[in-house]
Design a binder for this molecule. Structure first.
Ligand SMILES: Nc1ncnc2c1ncn2[C@@H]1O[C@H](COP(=O)(O)OP(=O)(O)O)[C@@H](O)[C@H]1O
Ligand SMILES: [Mg+2]
Length: 328
């Protein structure tokens, strides 16, 4: 097997809060290969964003920190890098886009300056004209019409879809090997969402970058991903190649998520089931399987012991004592 581009090993991240210590990630391990799109899916609060912030070393300090594990970028452990070294990795080798472009864009800068500052940061030798030309080229590449005019606008003058395109342009300026996209289309309407997903696919074709695509929506996962991790309460509970996951979901939680995908061939009300019950609080996690209180198959063993993540990490893995019975 060739070395993975990024390999996360036994990652644990905690937050110190007034209520105590919250272990938001508990023994997270996965890998992503060059050019691959890996999806991370799960309900709100399961640890998707904390996973991306841990990889980027952007956890809110001092409350949040990685307490154990490794994040290996081509074998180099990012958790051990000095802040300046990590600064160089961010933007150059790993870039990130997220749900609300307004928080990433500076509201008082024109589009031109937002791109220009990123370019200068990573290419101090570039002249003003070169920066302007490179910025226009990038805006064209992400499908922004009349880029010369758009360069003079402020973020609030752009539509949500255009703002997201500007954020993608900024993320791609330094040709990252990995793009982490954290719910990049969640705030957009369906048509614009489809356009942004297509844009990301096209850009990936051109550049060969790997994408970690984070969403709560399995429908979006089906559109873009090669492989998927399903997270629940800070743990990976299933991971599989995309077709395998949709053909043979093994974890009862994954099956629940699948049943919640709206379908065109049935009236929405008839199929849209939600999984009864709630995600346990991180301050009050039960011993054993974290899904036990919502699982119709839970047995005494599930309440006593945490099931291991079993299987082949390139094919299909599941964290459930009863998956063999559920396969039939
Ligand atoms: N700044 C924070 N302070 C304390 N706890 C946090 C903080 N950010 C996240 N958490 C905890 O980590 C859990 C996972 O959060 P997050 O990764 O943002 O979820 P999501 O899967 O919706 O992206 C939250 O439910 C919360 O308990
Ligand atoms: Mg999130």
């Amino acid at each position: 097997m060739t070395e993975a581009l990024l390999e996360v090993k036994h990652l644990a991240t905690e937050f110190i809060t007034e209520q105590g210590v919250a272990r938001a990630l508990d023994d997270i391990s996965f890998h992503i290969n060059a050019g691959e799109t890996l999806g991370i899916v799960g309900e709100s609060g399961c640890g998707k964003s904390v996973t991306s912030l841990s990889i980027m070393r952007l956890l809110p300090r001092p409350a949040g920190s990685i307490v154990s594990g490794e994040v290996l970028l081509q074998g180099q452990d990012l958790t051990r890098l000095a802040p300046e070294e990590m600064h160089h990795i961010r933007g150059n080798r790993i870039a990130m886009i997220f749900q609300e472009p307004m928080t990433a864009l500076n509201p008082v800068y024109r589009v031109e300056r937002q791109l220009g500052e990123t370019l200068v940061l990573h290419n101090p030798q570039m002249s003003k004209d070169e920066i302007r030309a490179a910025s226009i080229r990038m805006l064209k590449r992400v499908g922004i019409p009349a880029p010369e005019r758009r360069m003079q606008e402020y973020p609030h003058q752009l539509s949500g879809g255009m703002r997201q395109r500007v954020m993608i342009a900024i993320a791609l300026l330094c040709e990252p090997e990995i793009l982490i996209a954290d719910e990049p289309t969640t705030a957009l309407d369906v048509t614009i969402q489809a356009q942004i997903l297509q844009l990301l696919k096209d850009l990936q074709q051109e550049t060969g970058m790997a994408i970690i695509f984070i969403t709560h929506d399995l429908g979006v996962i089906a559109e873009v991903c090669d492989r998927v991790l399903v997270m629940y309460s800070g743990r990976i509970i299933e991971q599989a190649e995309i077709h395998t996951l949709f053909d043979t979901p093994l974890h009862p939680y994954t099956r629940g998520l699948m049943n919640a995908i709206p379908r065109l061939d049935k009236p929405a009300k008839q199929v849209l089931s939600t999984i009864p019950g709630m995600v346990p609080s991180l301050f009050d996690t039960p011993p054993g399987c974290r899904f036990q209180n919502r699982c119709e198959y839970a047995q005494p063993q599930c309440r006593a012991t945490t099931p291991p993540l079993e299987g082949d990490s390139d094919q299909h893995q599941v964290r459930c004592f009863r998956f063999r019975e559920l396969m039939h």
